[in-house]
Design a protein. Structure first.
Length: 212
């Protein structure tokens, strides 16, 4: 006789079971399901499975604060960090913050750790939903710790481009210098037609003046 779990899953599609695993923070079921399909099909399965309400798997887990299953999802190659749901245009980061806002203050430390993990994995806090709100703008103003987590990540992301390798700086500067030299050389060649000695003397004088 089949057990309750077997009866519950009888006839369910793999997509439905994935949704269940993410809703229940069931990493064992998620692992079982992922091991039952070819590795090449996993990204498509995880990124394109949605509920009837238009939530992705990541939204389902984030909207319940399911840390363990989120951690497992983020470990999968090709997993999309910022899918958009149909109703609010929310990313999973928006969903996680909505969940944190609904929890008592004692849960904030856990919630902040969840958001920090999501940000480090690649969630973009600057994405706006249909209401024009970023994840930061959704944060309960009383939750200053969560605001600091997001702001710190935003600051680091915005300034990432300011820190480049020395070789990159040299290439950039030399490239600009070479362009300037080429432009100057083009001007000099245009000034000198080679028609007579007097014109050549004038061209040489101008080149010496530029170099000095």
């Amino acid at each position: 006789m089949a057990g309750p779990a077997a009866e519950e899953h009888e006839g369910a599609t793999i997509q439905e079971r994935l949704i269940e695993a993410c809703r229940r923070d069931n990493t064992s079921l998620l692992s079982e399901l992922l091991s039952s399909v070819s590795p090449s099909s996993i990204p498509d399965l995880l990124n394109n499975t949605t509920t009837v309400m238009g939530n992705h798997l990541y939204h389902e887990a984030a909207s319940r604060g399911n840390y363990d299953v989120i951690d497992m999802l983020l470990d999968q190659d090709g997993f999309e960090c910022d899918p958009i749901n149909r109703l609010e245009g929310d990313t999973p980061l928006h969903s996680a913050i909505r969940w944190i806002n609904s929890e008592p203050p004692a849960q904030r430390e856990f919630g902040n750790a969840l958001v920090e993990m999501m940000l480090e994995a690649g969630s973009n806090p600057r994405v706006k939903n249909k209401g024009g709100l970023t994840a930061l703008q959704l944060v309960d103003p009383r939750n200053t710790g969560l605001k600091e987590v997001i702001q710190k990540h935003e600051y680091a992301s915005l300034n990432a481009g300011d820190f480049v390798e020395a070789d990159e700086v040299k290439v950039s500067k030399n490239s600009k210098f070479n362009v300037q030299q080429q432009e100057e050389g083009d001007d000099d060649d245009a000034e000198f037609s080679g028609s007579d000695e007097e014109e050549r003397a004038e061209w040489e004088r101008r080149r010496r003046a530029k170099r000095s």
